[in-house]
Design a binder for this molecule. Structure first.
Ligand code: GTP
Ligand code: MN
Ligand code: MN
Ligand code: MN
Ligand code: MN
Ligand code: MN
Length: 212
């Protein structure tokens, strides 16, 4: 049951204390901190790993200071004029998001969840499609960003394929440690944006439980 919830609802719902709500409802809440994170992705139709495995898409996550994987982004601060303004500021600090790239907008908002414990907090999840050149540029600019080596230890591309052994690739990636509900956000994003076929996603999620 937990597996299906994770893939279907945009996050683990039951038992985890997370509720899925709309962006509008989230903005009505008083006394909650808001955090915004984004899945940056780009089509990659030509690359083949080992000349054999088509990659199809490039998807970015990052290794955080605490040794967990997560998406770039962070807390929206009082001086940010909007959620998206806060997210764009965090991207400037964490990945060196430049003036050459479109700012993140409301249209990029994908899902939103609220929790009461240990603190009242809303996590907003965005997805932004870039060109492969723009995404590669982010990987470079991230190494010169303000938070490089501090909050951010490095950007990583998510392997979207599963190797013949049934665990290499996405299953092994999913068995890492993830901050908050970012693992659920990743699975949700991959599913709704159709970056990985749904049956493959199911298989990889199931296989990730046996990876050691
Ligand atoms: P500070 O400036 O040090 O506060 O960091 P930040 O503003 O960059 O905040 P951070 O990215 O750590 O995100 C704030 C909180 O959101 C974290 O304490 C986590 O609980 C949670 N969080 C961090 N990354 C993610 C993510 O990718 N997805 C989700 N759902 N939650 C995250
Ligand atoms: Mn952050
Ligand atoms: Mn930050
Ligand atoms: Mn923090
Ligand atoms: Mn911050
Ligand atoms: Mn900070």
């Amino acid at each position: 049951a937990e597996l299906s919830e994770e893939l279907a609802g945009g996050g683990k719902v039951e038992g985890s204390g997370l509720r899925t709500i709309t962006r509008e409802a989230a903005l009505e809440l008083r006394g909650y901190k808001h955090a915004c994170h984004v899945m940056l992705h780009a089509p990659d139709p030509d690359s083949k790993l080992f000349g054999r495995i088509p990659l199809r898409h490039a998807v970015l996550m990052m290794m955080r200071f605490d040794g967990r994987l997560g998406f770039p982004g962070g807390f929206v601060d009082p001086e940010d004029v909007s959620l998206e303004d806060g997210l764009t500021r965090e991207l400037t600090e964490e990945v060196g998001w430049g003036e050459n790239l479109c700012p993140i907008t409301e249209e990029d908002h994908l899902s939103c969840q609220v929790r009461e414990h240990p603190q009242k907090m809303v996590t907003h999840f965005y997805a932004k499609q870039l060109t492969l050149e723009e995404l590669s540029g982010i990987e470079v600019s991230a190494t010169h960003a303000k938070e490089h080596g501090l909050e951010v230890m490095g950007m990583v591309r998510v392997p979207l394929f599963t190797m013949r052994d049934g665990s290499g690739g996405l299953p092994a990636f999913l068995s890492n440690h993830f901050i908050g509900n970012s693992r659920s956000q990743l699975l949700y994003g991959l599913r709704v944006l159709k970056l990985v076929r749904e049956d493959k996603l199911w298989e990889a999620t199931r296989a990730s439980q046996g990876v050691r």
